[in-house]
Design a protein around this ligand. Structure first.
Ligand SMILES: [Zn+2]
Length: 202
């Protein structure tokens, strides 16, 4: 897929239109559910005021349009767009309950009721389509937040980083530090066992 120089995947209006014409009722319902989860659990990705990232970008926030911030000297439109641009598919897969590739999230029919699977793929999506400089800020803010909430956090983080560095496992490359941090944040928010959102399909 095409990436912009800052790392963000380009929006695909044509693909979205095609999806809207072809998607089943169930796929549209799945997307609505994801939009709901996005509002509840991804305020940090949206740099919303009051979220852990809200203050960081407040100084460049456009006064009359709180969903837009300046990215360098370009206006970067935050989220509401992001999840609405996503295409959801329901399809059987041999070895996974879910998959995310660019703007496409695929969920296995048997995992449709599994919130953790959907959240896991949404984290992939949000990271895929986010510019690099926003990723860095979010990583730092999540680290600061979780450090206060989770005992042994640093050793979890070091174990994870070591596993990524030492194993030849492409699966882990897609589940880097930012992915790991956001998955822990979701576990904490939803009162799940640590590792639930990260590890559902691994
Ligand atoms: Zn994954």
């Amino acid at each position: 897929m095409r990436k912009k120089p800052n790392g963000r995947v380009s929006r695909d209006f044509k693909g979205l239109k095609e999806w809207e014409a072809m998607a089943t009722k169930q796929e549209k319902a799945l997307k609505n559910k994801a939009i709901e989860y996005d509002k509840l659990y991804f305020d940090d990705f949206n740099f919303e005021l009051g979220s852990i990232t809200g203050d960081v970008y407040d100084f460049v926030r456009i006064k009359d349009c709180p969903q837009q911030v300046l990215d360098g000297n370009k206006l970067y439109e935050l989220t509401p767009i992001v999840i609405k641009d996503c295409r959801f598919h329901i399809k059987e897969m041999e070895d996974a309950a879910g998959n995310c590739n660019g703007w496409d999230i695929t969920i296995h029919p048997e995992a449709l009721k599994n919130r953790d699977t959907i959240l896991h793929e949404m984290v992939h999506l949000r990271i895929n389509v986010m510019p690099n400089n926003f990723r860095e800020i979010l990583t730092f803010c999540l680290y600061k937040k979780i450090k206060k909430e989770l005992k042994k956090f640093d050793s979890f983080l070091i174990d994870h980083a070591t596993a990524i560095a030492s194993l030849y496992n492409p699966d882990l490359w897609h589940h880097g530090t930012l992915f790991f941090l956001k998955s822990l944040d979701l576990d904490i928010r939803l009162n799940l066992d640590i590792g639930t959102v990260y590890g559902y399909s691994l």
